[in-house]
Write a protein that binds this ligand. Sequence first.
Ligand SMILES: [Mg+2]
Length: 249
Amino acid sequence: MSKFDRYAAVVLDIEGTTTAISFVYDQLFPYARRAMNRFLTNSWRDPGVQGDLHLVEEQAATDLTEGVEGVPVIPPRGEAEEVRREAFVANLLWQMDNDRKTTGLKALQGRIWVAGYRDGALRGHLFDDVEPALAEWNGRGVPVYIYSSGSVAAQKLLFGHTEAGDLTSMLAGYFDTTVGNKRASQSYVAIAGAIDRRPRDLLFVTDRIEEARAARQAGLQVALSVRPGNAPLPREHSFPVVRSLEETL
Ligand SMILES: [Mg+2]
């Protein structure tokens, strides 16, 4: 017996629901670090990459002016390409060590992940029950949507290059925070409107209690996802808990 009333469509969160929270920290970030030198060597003449590196260079100059300790300096243009490239790599790795979120670094990490997914070096992590659940919903004619704080582009990359292959054909659409904050009930009303369903005909699955509350307030059915590595949930709450998407079928 399902814990849920009949629903006509499903909305899934990613981190902590379809995918391990640790994927980003244990796989994506270490990959960007490992691939940085090779990526800059291969893409050195790409105008987009040069634009990102220009931002890195400006940031390094600002850091130096502001007396930030330990910042690797970028030698001026005119120095040997290889010397500059090595300095960029040193600077970018130093930024990652210090958990910085500068625009140049973030843009280059994004490019490295796109390249990594495309050449098969990176695969989006999904829990084992996710692909079978998507197949089951597709078979029943229940459309499945994603709602994640990662950009729609990043969502498509992950689901387009998973350990179980390209699953994008099993998804009916994607929402990110351009539709609204995940903790605001209005966002869930907006999603129901966008896919032309009544809120109560939607099942939303998430690992975050704040998102669960917001979705319920909007009238959606909600399942709280419990996965290895998730943050603990409050002891007292009134949401049905699922340890696998199978329990929502
Ligand atoms: Mg989540």
